[in-house]
Design a protein around this ligand. Structure first.
Ligand SMILES: Nc1ncnc2c1ncn2[C@@H]1O[C@H](COP(=O)(O)OP(=O)(O)O)[C@@H](O)[C@H]1O
Ligand SMILES: [Mg+2]
Length: 203
């Protein structure tokens, strides 16, 4: 069987729409008949993201498989884990994602925080993308400064991942001059076919 495509949802920051996008993408793939799983391997400060992805994928995997590692403090997972005297390493997270991917065509993985937020003792989302040979999807709020933020994240990705990365601009509830012009400006730096705009959805 062909190995699953791994779509890794990351972003320029925390709170930029990763879970919303990952859940929408998972539901859409499911509705189109793909065998899809969604994972949020590392959570801190609650497991809401994992629960949302669990539901979005039709509970095809148990919550414990969607999210094996969760830490209480609403801090970076690395710090939250250390507060509980726990140590998480890249190797075990990569092994879990690979094992879960068997039998699926697509696996949507949500990171935590932004691309370089420390997730464990020896890794961040960039390390996961590299180790999994995943397709990166970079979420960024469509606001003043977005072009800089997106370019910084793309620069930080491994070159191969940056070339195939997709960018999602998340529109604000109230558009402004920056949100109306960012897409045009970003197209000077990123292949237009690789940019999506996610509308703000009330409620
Ligand atoms: N396109 C959108 N439309 C409406 N609300 C959104 C949208 N994207 C994000 N949000 C809201 O913004 C907040 C942060 O989004 P979330 O997906 O949880 O971010 P992240 O996973 O990057 O931390 C949530 O309250 C979410 O519901
Ligand atoms: Mg999230």
């Amino acid at each position: 069987m062909k190995p699953a495509r791994i779509l890794f949802v990351t972003g320029t920051d925390t709170g930029v729409g990763k879970t919303v996008f990952a859940a929408l993408t998972t539901r859409s793939l499911l509705a189109h008949g793909f065998r899809v799983a969604a994972l949020k391997p590392v959570c801190s400060g609650g497991r809401d993201d994992a629960r949302q992805l669990h539901r979005a994928a039709g509970k095809v995997l148990p919550l414990a498989a969607v999210n094996p590692w969760h830490f209480r403090a609403a801090l970076s997972p690395l710090v939250a884990a250390r507060r509980e005297k726990r140590r998480l390493r890249l190797r075990i997270v990569v092994a879990h994602i690979r094992r879960m991917a068997r039998g699926f065509e697509v696996v949507v993985v949500e990171g935590a925080g932004g691309l370089l937020s420390p997730l464990g003792e020896d890794f961040d989302s960039r390390d996961l993308i590299r180790a999994l040979d995943a397709e990166a999807i970079v979420l960024c709020p469509n606001q003043l400064g977005a072009v800089n933020q997106v370019r910084l994240v793309l620069e930080a990705l491994p070159a191969a991942a940056a070339r195939q990365a997709r960018v999602v601009l998340v529109n604000p509830a109230q558009p402004d001059a920056a949100s109306r012009t960012n897409l045009g400006l970003l197209k000077d730096f990123v292949d237009p076919n690789r940019i999506l705009v996610l509308p703000w959805v009330e409620g």
